[in-house]
Design a protein around this ligand. Structure first.
Ligand code: FES
Length: 184
């Protein structure tokens, strides 16, 4: 007599079916969804797979497009809210492409103690935008980061991934002007 499948078998076969369905759908979907499905399949068996998957998607696509969330969720047997919650929790993840240049100001404690708030106010005014937005000329995305390991030389920031320490408003302006002169 055949035995019913164990609960774990059911869960794993339901997961496999969900993953198959998501992959089938992704094969006929947008390039972003297809890329998300491929990268999710590559990493989904790692412990704590969601974070490496989100990093891989953002590294390849420049952001995590909202339309990929359902595919990621189905393949990992998570809810869309769970995936969205992780994306929105970490300031590193963005849901739309960044501008040509990305300025990331440290907002963590040591930098705050050395004037990061004033620097942030200066940067907002200079760029004409708030955090998570693009500058008025569309050239720069302003993002917060939380400690760059440069606490002894705070306040610190990254421009296009390059670290800069002891940043004053005047130094911010000089670095930004130099960055904007760089050829596209
Ligand atoms: S707190 Fe800003 S670099 Fe550490």
């Amino acid at each position: 007599m055949a035995h019913p499948p164990a609960k774990a078998d059911l869960a794993s076969s339901a997961g496999a079916r969900g993953g198959d369905l998501a992959r089938d759908r992704a094969a006929q979907a947008t390039p972003a969804i297809a890329a998300a499905a491929r990268l999710t399949a590559e990493h989904q068996h790692e412990p704590g797979a969601l974070l490496p998957i989100l990093h891989a998607i953002q590294d390849e696509l420049g952001c995590i497009p909202p339309e990929t969330v359902q595919t990621i969720a189905e393949m990992l047997n998570l809810s869309r809210a769970e995936v969205h919650g992780v994306i929105s929790f970490y300031p590193h993840f963005r849901t739309e492409p960044a501008a040509r240049h990305v300025v990331q100001l440290c907002r963590a404690e040591a930098c705050q103690a050395m004037g990061a708030d004033a620097l942030a106010g200066h940067a907002r005014g200079r760029l004409g935008c708030d955090f998570h937005q693009h500058s008025a000329d569309g050239e720069v995305t302003l993002e917060p980061v939380y400690c760059l390991g440069l606490c002894a030389q705070s306040p610190a920031m990254l421009i296009d991934g390059q670290p800069h320490a002891r940043v004053t408003p005047a130094r911010f302006d000089a670095l930004l002007a130099r960055t904007l002169k760089e050829p596209a």
